[in-house]
Design a protein around this ligand. Sequence first.
Ligand code: GRF
Length: 194
Amino acid sequence: MSGGNIAIFASGAGSNARELIRHFRGHPRFRVSLVACNRPEAGVIGVAAEAGVPVLNLERERFFRGDGHLPDLMAASIDLIVLAGFLWKVPSALVKAFPDRILNIHPALLPAHGGKGMYGSHVHEAVIRGGDRHSGITIHLVDEQYDHGRTLFQARLDLMPNETPETLAQRIHVLEHRHFPTIVEAFLQNQTSC
Ligand code: GRF
């Protein structure tokens, strides 16, 4: 990897995007250069606008059956893609164009509670329904299967008595905000130092 331009892909509120943008603001080597989003009404678009980060609106047809928006990513000289609550599966053309250069955060301890349909509150509901004693976060590389690539980092928490999907989501977000930016930075340091 030569440079340090990060594209965040997100579909939702964008609290992780906000933390990543904040973390890299003023960084001497790495910067969030782009926020790519597939939902025009998503909160993350406001987060990007407020921070002055350009937004790329992803079009379904183009993303899945066209050029995957690759020319847009090339034009922005993107080195690393970070999925932060991104609900579309990354097409294989994009995975191939960014080998070991796409990271994802999953709000549970993979390989438990991953795969198709396991996102947002579905994950937390499954953890509680399954009687798990722990949950946590997983930061991993993205390959062509859902929630499958090599794990880079996990942090765990103990479930509280009377835990609900809502309380768990909040506590998971705290963990995500604490760790995601520093793990992304460490990954970039590692990749660009050799
Ligand atoms: C996070 O919990 C992330 O792990 C999951 O979706 C949520 C996104 O939250 N994949 P936000 O949009 O960053 O607030």
